[in-house]
Ligand binder design. Structure first.
Ligand SMILES: [Zn+2]
Length: 423
């Protein structure tokens, strides 16, 4: 075999899409002149080797076998068969082999064959990939512990880091928080208390909002044993029994709820970024003010929001959790850890200079610890980065072959605003 792969003149050439996909429609179109399409049914493909980017398969049908070589070079798929075909048209062995591969592995299969692509790295670093041989040849998959793999298998689309970094700096600095505006009064007539439920939407349908409801405190008065329905908190009219501060809070909650209701809950979608940046900024500002007030409230809970029907009922025990709101704003930084054949990219958070261990990133606009301690992120920019890290499984793997690109796309821009340490 030639060390540079298959030469163009030795092979039939099929154009791939810019992202190296081969659609069934495109295969049909490019092989339309092939006159022996129906004569090589159901080939059995045996994997022979993968060397220098060339996949060699044995293709067998009706007791006849041929050796096929497939090589992706730039946007072309070169296909060679040892049947002696003149290469001007595709031979039936190659056509039916490609058709079979497309049927069994899908149109993205050949995206794995680029230089430094999944197939190459699977053979170079076998401990990080699973290889599956079958009568369709071979397929490779990264091991789950790698989580999101830069360029090879990102768990979420790569966000535009430069655009995120153009978002404003923290609105409220950690050391400039004014003291809470409101006293600890949660009491309302009838022995009940005001409770503020931070609604966390399931599947990121909506950004977190707050619904105030009334509840029955326990005898000790440190928590709530029973809640009234959500509806009272979402109706402006029902404020007669509240004191002035509680009314202001109620109005702020209602305003925030309405703002969050209008847009989705994923910060990094194009839609939110391009069309709703003003609304996002307004939500962030509302949260900044509301959070400060809620810090002084004794009864703040989180509650899962699955659908709007829930709001016609009472809060449910399995979905609520009493929480504490920290006054400290997390300072985010990043760590690049050298793991030998790859790097691991993770996020860190410091609270008043102390590293926050085991924090969670699954609540938009916040980070949490043990779900019970809440930290509001200092700016929308931080919130976007936290969402990206969360969707990446809290860890991004970068094989050394892709590190230069990662440095340029991610580390260099990030470094202008965040500390990045190398371990
Ligand atoms: Zn052939």
């Amino acid at each position: 075999m030639n060390s540079g792969g298959i030469q163009s003149k030795q092979a039939f050439c099929i154009s791939l899409l810019p992202d190296r996909r081969l659609t069934g429609k495109s295969l049909e179109k490019q092989t339309a002149n092939c006159f022996y399409r129906v004569q090589w049914p159901n080939p059995c493909l045996k994997f022979i080797s993968f060397e220098n980017g060339v996949l060699t398969l044995r293709s067998t049908s009706n007791d006849e076998s041929y050796t096929l070589q497939l090589h992706v070079r730039q946007q072309k798929l070169l296909v060679a068969c040892n049947c002696g075909n003149d290469k001007k048209t595709i031979c039936k062995h190659a056509y039916w082999t490609l058709n079979d591969i497309h049927w069994k592995f899908g149109e993205t299969y050949f995206t794995k064959f680029t230089a430094h692509g999944m197939m190459e790295l699977a053979f170079k670093y076998p401990m990080h990939f699973d290889k599956q041989e079958s009568n369709a040849g071979i397929n490779v998959f990264p091991r789950v512990e790698l989580k999101s793999i830069y360029q090879l298998a990102p768990a979420t689309p790569m966000p535009d880091i430069e655009t995120i970094l153009k978002l404003p700096e923290p609105i409220v600095k950690a050391n400039s928080l004014p003291s809470p505006m409101f006293p600890l009064s949660a009491q309302i007539p009838g022995g009940k208390a005001m409770v503020y439920l931070i609604m966390i939407a399931y599947r990121y349908d909506q950004l977190p909002s707050v619904i105030p409801v009334t509840g029955q405190p326990t005898v000790k008065g440190n928590t709530i044993k029973a809640f009234d329905s959500f509806t009272s908190g979402l109706q402006k009219a029902n404020t007669t029994s509240l004191n002035n501060e509680q009314k202001i809070l109620q109005e702020k909650c209602l305003r925030l709820y309405k703002l969050t209701e209008k847009i989705g809950g994923e910060l990094l979608t194009d839609k939110l970024f391009s069309k709703h940046l003003d609304e996002l900024s307004a939500i962030f500002q509302e949260w900044a003010e509301l959070y400060l007030m809620l810090q002084a409230q004794p009864f703040v809970f989180t509650h899962m929001l699955f659908n709007k029907k829930q709001l016609r009922q009472k809060p449910k025990r399995n979905y609520w959790l009493q929480v504490m709101l920290s006054a400290s704003v997390p300072v985010l930084s990043f760590v690049v850890t050298d793991k030998g054949d790859h790097y691991r990219f993770t996020m860190q958070a410091h609270i008043d200079g102390v590293l926050l261990e085991n924090f969670e990133t699954n609540t938009p606009l916040f980070i949490t610890q043990c779900s019970e301690l809440i930290f509001r992120l200092g700016c929308l920019r931080d919130a976007c980065l936290v969402e990206w890290i969360n969707r990446s499984g809290d860890r991004i793997t970068i094989f050394k072959e892709h590190f230069e690109a990662f440095q340029k796309e991610v580390l260099e821009p990030l470094q202008r605003h965040y500390t990045i340490s190398f371990a």
